[in-house]
Design a binder for this molecule. Structure first.
Ligand code: SF4
Length: 226
């Protein structure tokens, strides 16, 4: 499919963020199914969602997100997204889904897995709070081998630091309460594949060489509260 046609179908270009090594993609956080309920829950990870502030509020950004949301129902959305990702991720094959927004349905998650299969050299990181969508999908289908799904713990809590409560619930990421840079540095030094503390806040807010979120062998990734 020509790139121009793919861009028209998906509703624009992929995004670039300062933090991430490669490209990403977003939908409106207002359309998050679980997230919109969590927004009114104090101390939840969605209560102070960054996607309700800053440039996400510009009309041009809102319109682009609305176009992308409509596009996921387009009959050629899967090949169009695969065309864009194969082209834009050819040098840095790490793609992050939903730097804002979340899965909309089992069909949406199935389509994303189909896109991953059509982009086999690219690693896909899918953070989500939609545990139920993930579970229903897993009942019938297999997650593509180049996809790392990070199911997020809904609340910011101390237990998140050690991965407490994660194992039984299939949760693979969470946010720990705010602490000093020095305290977080100490935790980062303890990183293992079992519990991995995000080092981005210690390295100019960027991933730099870290790819933990894309690696399935890293069981739990913990981010510090901002
Ligand atoms: S854990 Fe690593 S890959 Fe994930 S956001 Fe932090 S720095 Fe980036």
């Amino acid at each position: 499919m020509p790139l121009e046609k793919a861009k028209r179908i998906i509703g624009g270009f992929l995004s670039i963020t300062k933090k991430m090594p490669g490209h990403s993609y977003n939908l409106s956080a207002r359309k998050c199914i679980i997230g919109s309920k969590l927004r009114s829950v104090e101390n939840s990870v969605c209560a102070k969602c960054y996607a309700f502030r800053g440039h996400y509020q510009y009309p041009v950004v809102k319109n682009a997100m609305a176009r992308r949301l409509r596009a996921i129902r387009h009959p050629q959305w899967v090949p169009a997204m695969a065309t864009m990702i194969n082209w834009w991720c050819r040098d840095i094959p790490y793609f992050r889904w939903h730097d804002s927004g979340d899965l909309q349905s089992v069909q949406h998650f199935k389509d994303i897995n189909d896109i991953a299969r059509l982009t086999p050299i690219v690693c896909h990181w899918i953070p989500t709070r939609e545990l139920q969508i993930y579970r229903v999908y897993r009942r019938y289908y297999v997650v593509a081998p180049n996809v790392c799904v990070r199911i997020s713990e809904p609340m910011i809590r101390e237990g998140t630091l050690q991965g407490t409560n994660f194992r039984k619930q299939a949760i693979t990421s969470g946010v720990a309460p705010r602490r000093s840079k020095e305290a977080w540095k100490k935790l980062v030094r303890t990183n293992t594949n079992e519990v991995f503390h995000c080092p981005a806040s210690l390295q100019d807010g960027e991933c730099k060489a870290c790819r933990a979120c894309w690696q399935r062998e890293v069981k739990h990734v913990i981010y510090p509260q901002k």
